[in-house]
Design a protein around this ligand. Sequence first.
Ligand SMILES: Cc1cc2nc3c(=O)[nH]c(=O)nc-3n(C[C@H](O)[C@H](O)[C@H](O)COP(=O)(O)OP(=O)(O)OC[C@H]3O[C@@H](n4cnc5c(N)ncnc54)[C@H](O)[C@@H]3O)c2cc1C
Ligand code: FES
Length: 270
Amino acid sequence: MNAKKQIVDFVVGRNIPLGENFVQLHLYSPDGLPETKPGQFVQIQIPSSIHGWLRIPISIHDADTGKGELKLLVQKVGEGSRWIASCKEGEKLNLILPLGKGFSWPEISLRHEMEDPRHANDRALLVGGGCGLAPLYYLARCLKADGMPFDILVGARSKDRLVLANELAQLGPTGICTEDGSVGIKGLVTDHPLWKGVAYSHVYTCGPTPMMKAVAVEAKKLGARCEVSLENTMACGLGACLCCVTPSAQGHNVCVCTEGPVFDAEELGW
Ligand SMILES: Cc1cc2nc3c(=O)[nH]c(=O)nc-3n(C[C@H](O)[C@H](O)[C@H](O)COP(=O)(O)OP(=O)(O)OC[C@H]3O[C@@H](n4cnc5c(N)ncnc54)[C@H](O)[C@@H]3O)c2cc1C
Ligand code: FES
């Protein structure tokens, strides 16, 4: 069951630049954190002079409930994200969290106790690029803690646009694809040999929509369950304005901020 949404004032503990376009924010709440899941997001309040009353949705990149610690990865694209990325140590950020539905995976802890043969060969592939790697990092950490084996594939246009590859490699085997071949395999994430060599049971992806669509096609060929995390433009983030809807496979609209942002790829009308 999802934790109740809270409005929390966080203090910026660290702001770490990652290349030219990203920062990693370490936030602390003296009052602690609600339980969160990988794939869920926060809505950040920014000055009304930038987006009016609208907050900005950002994925939970990592969380430690006990310590009241939350990490975010922010890509500087427009005025709002640039403002968040400019926050300095000691400044306050007001967040609503946790929002949306996160990734799911078989309860491996149960599998180890009961030796459920249905999950005996489970192995996941996590595929992402850019700020899509933010929720996948948190997912990788949780899968590792839960004993679910996995590989990671990171895609970027070129070496200088890569983020989080070293951090992810500390959690599990990590392959890299760059479009110009400046590091790793030359090509798209779907060109990586891992797709041919391993029978994945689960594929998780977050990043640009064309990449996620291509990943969903490859996952289907393997017969793997594929979960995609959408980053549709949002306003309220709470299911009230319906500006985030996307077509489902059945032809009706689904609300990305409350029914997602994580969906089984088969549920979507792609
Ligand atoms: C559920 C969810 C999770 C997200 N997680 C992250 C995250 O972890 N880290 C992160 O950096 N960003 C994340 N985003 C995207 C982030 O919310 C947008 O980049 C931000 O709202 C842009 O606001 P802005 O004022 O900086 O730019 P704007 O001035 O609003 O837009 C500047 C440019 O960015 C484009 N843009 C705006 N929103 C998006 C979007 N959602 N996706 C792609 N392009 C967009 C606009 O079309 C425009 O070209 C997430 C979005 C969603 C919906
Ligand atoms: S952003 Fe308002 S309903 Fe989803």
